[in-house]
Design a protein around this ligand. Sequence first.
Ligand SMILES: Cc1cc2nc3c(=O)[nH]c(=O)nc-3n(C[C@H](O)[C@H](O)[C@H](O)COP(=O)(O)OP(=O)(O)OC[C@H]3O[C@@H](n4cnc5c(N)ncnc54)[C@H](O)[C@@H]3O)c2cc1C
Length: 410
Amino acid sequence: MQSSETFYDIIIIGGGPAGLFTASNINFGKVLLIEKGERLARKLLISGTGQCNFTHAGNISTFLKHYGNNHRFLKYALHEFSNTDAISFFKEAGVDSVEDKNGKIFPASLKASDILQALASACKSKKVTILNGSPVIEVSADAGLFSVKTATNEFICTNLVITTGGLSYPATGSTGDGYQFAKQLNHTIVTPKPALCAVNIQDYHMEALSGISLSDVLISLYHDGRKTAEHRGDIVFTLKGLSGPGIIDFSRFINDGDTLKINFIDRNISDFNYDFVEALKSTGKSALQTWLKPYNVPRNLLRYLIEEAGAEPDQQIAAISRQTRMKLATLLCECSFVVAKAGSFKTAMATAGGVSLDEVSPKTMESRLIKNLYFAGEVLDIDGDTGGYNIQAAFSTAYVAAGAINKSKK
Ligand SMILES: Cc1cc2nc3c(=O)[nH]c(=O)nc-3n(C[C@H](O)[C@H](O)[C@H](O)COP(=O)(O)OP(=O)(O)OC[C@H]3O[C@@H](n4cnc5c(N)ncnc54)[C@H](O)[C@@H]3O)c2cc1C
């Protein structure tokens, strides 16, 4: 017979935004939230550089395109608990919101700790028992009950929610433990990879251009020589490669060894050649750099590309050989970068991959394999773009899981 101290109706493993929000929304029974770290939600506290960009403005339907190929899974959850619901939840908890010029929503105080405080208070008002500093080391299911073991205790529950996050920023406690638990419970894990990260480039010689940024460029991705995806966004040159929202939001698709081709001038090679040949007829004496000015490539980058093509910035365009022009066209319209390393878990802001969505119901977050087992947040095979989409997904999936658990009681 299980003692009443170690039996719970619901156990939630992981005290990040998904775990805390699940706990805040459970309406019955004894609830235990077990957090590995001494402090709750360490990743939430550093999110948005400590300001916590917890959601994004706009119609919730527009959110879907910000979650890569798995966005359909989130449709129901995002509508059940939307961005405006998140803003209202925190307002009612005394945390006003503010929107920046890009539509990112933050607490008005710009303090992530206010968001954590609101979540912790909501758990307190629901009388959730929180056990900090207690990594769960093993879970198992038997005869309709779950056993959850820490180093010192074994707890038993009827409903188990796994909200252990992904693998990124492991110093915050997200070390992929939930994937092990899910595997122990027969779930499939889609191989995790770093997402929302900058990429390092092979044989990179553009260190001197570090800090130069370009807006809204077209980035094409090639795998084994075949184009697999394209994306538009802002990019920044770094000391080791490429970053900026255009790269970071695209990184879920990028693998080591892939090639990125960047179009710096928004013209294709034949358009550029046409422009060039037309210019030869009228302004052949123009210096190459002067003639290229209207394409709006930052000056130092343009000089670098001209020199890479084997020309001189002050060379008259009439003096440029066909071969040099073709090289320049390729550098301007399809500049190739071979990816040495598509980020690391140490620096990635999110994890792509995780618990396979085929085995989880999008309307309840309940396992399709084991009754009363639920997953929420980044442990699932979901990753969003930068801009508040990941924390919103954690809240929405948590809300749906809690709702389903509440319903199962009736
Ligand atoms: C630097 C950085 C900045 C970010 N900024 C933003 C932002 O501004 N907006 C946004 O939307 N997203 C942002 N993100 C992503 C966002 O923080 C995560 O997607 C979100 O925190 C995921 O929530 P979660 O609750 O699913 O997982 P997590 O926040 O990872 O929480 C999981 C919790 O589970 C605990 N845990 C793990 N294993 C165990 C175990 N065995 N036993 C007990 N507990 C365990 C962990 O200690 C952790 O507290 C950022 C991420 C990083 C790294």
